[in-house]
Design a protein around this ligand. Structure first.
Ligand code: HEM
Length: 336
């Protein structure tokens, strides 16, 4: 219903920035930005093209489901800034559309030189669903690449390239013990978690990642030591599997030849220097993920080239947020 024009789109962008500029604590700021992106990801990751009830971006989340914890209460709730903004100014558009526009604002504002503006590929007209029983069960928990194949490739109908691009959003944000049971930033510092760029792929490839929370339901990877990091730095198995075969070989450490203060960096909580993570064979279909990571690094040498990642992210984001919809509209030039 109604009308959604470019000025409304950019008004949402400015309003998100205005809220962000009022958040003085950096950790809270990361969670504000990251939480908005995660909210949309959880709305689109429930899409299943093979199911009679496909779901997808419909503004419906099972807030109490374990996989969604943390979204209700600090990102979306009666007293949450984002919700208040919606109720005050934008409730004439659907929540699903609003969340995506808000996420686009996050991406634009945190991208290098604010260069990743997805306005031209933004479509609107989604309808909110009142209920979505079973939504949470469709969202991946982080166990490994089997989940990426089931959710992104099979249910959502995306390519490996799309999945790898979307996961680059983990550059922004943090995992919280109280929400997911995982703890830490994907980036080495809070400041880096506030820049939407290709650093996720650099961290994945360059850093020694040690298996962590082994034999618990929170199995993941942790980087380095408390000597080099104030906050824990983590990757999930669904992140590390874009480069290493963690589904078939775990626990392991990704780079067993790194030393710090005379100690092997794989041997902090337990000895893993003798368990190097394995790579995929050349004929493994997951090599498509590996090749995409190489591409997003932006060249053979360290570079500032975010273009391959940005372009692929915009494409994948478009597919993920429009999946299952066939009557969405482009932004009007002006609503009267
Ligand atoms: C295999 C798919 C995915 C898995 C298993 C996964 C898992 C997780 C987990 C466990 C957390 C930590 C939540 C917490 O404790 O607060 C998280 C956070 C986050 N995720 Fe994902 N995620 C996936 C895909 C995505 C996608 C596609 C996006 C966006 C395009 C995304 C964006 C984020 C962001 C920005 C955060 C940080 C939230 C914050 O700072 O509060 N994730 N994810």
């Amino acid at each position: 219903s109604g009308c959604f024009d470019k000025s409304t789109y950019y008004a949402i962008d400015s309003d998100i920035e205005a809220i962000a500029s009022g958040i003085t604590n950096e950790d809270d700021l990361v969670h504000f930005y990251g939480g908005i992106l995660r909210l949309v990801a959880h709305d689109f990751m429930d899409y299943d093209r093979h199911n009679d009830i496909p779901m997808g971006t419909d503004g419906c989340i099972e807030w109490d489901h374990e996989v969604n914890l943390g979204l209700w209460g600090s990102i979306w709730c009666d007293d949450c800034d984002l919700t208040k903004l919606y109720n005050d100014k934008y409730s004439h558009i659907s929540k699903a559309d609003f969340w995506i526009a808000a996420s686009n604002a996050v991406v634009r504002n945190l991208s290098v030189d604010k260069s990743l503006d997805m306005v031209d590929t933004f479509l609107w007209g989604r309808k909110d669903a009142d209920s979505c029983a079973g939504q949470g069960d469709r969202v991946p928990t982080g166990s490994g690449c089997r989940e990426i194949e089931d959710v992104f490739l099979d249910a959502m109908g995306l390519q490996w390239r799309d999945a790898v691009a979307l996961l680059g959003a983990h550059t922004i944000g943090k995992a919280h013990v109280d929400f997911s049971g995982h703890d830490g930033y994907w980036m080495p510092s809070t400041a880096e978690a506030l820049v939407f760029d290709k650093q996720y792929y650099e961290e994945l490839v360059m850093r020694p990642w040690r298996a962590h929370n082994i034999d618990t339901k929170y199995e993941d990877f942790i980087a380095s030591t408390d000597i080099t990091h104030k906050e824990p730095q983590i990757m999930l198995k669904t992140d590390v599997c874009l480069w290493f075969d963690t589904d078939n070989y775990y626990p392991c450490c990704t780079r067993t030849n790194r030393w710090l203060d005379g100690q092997n960096m794989c041997d902090w909580e337990q000895k893993l220097s003798d368990s190097e993570c394995t790579r995929y064979d050349a004929d493994n279909s997951r090599m498509a993920a590996v090749e995409t990571v190489v591409e997003f690094l932006g060249g053979p040498k360290p570079s500032e080239n975010n273009d391959p990642f940005y372009k692929a992210f915009a494409t994948a984001w478009f597919k993920a947020t429009t999946n299952g919809h066939d009557n969405l509209k482009t932004l009007s030039s002006k609503c009267w």
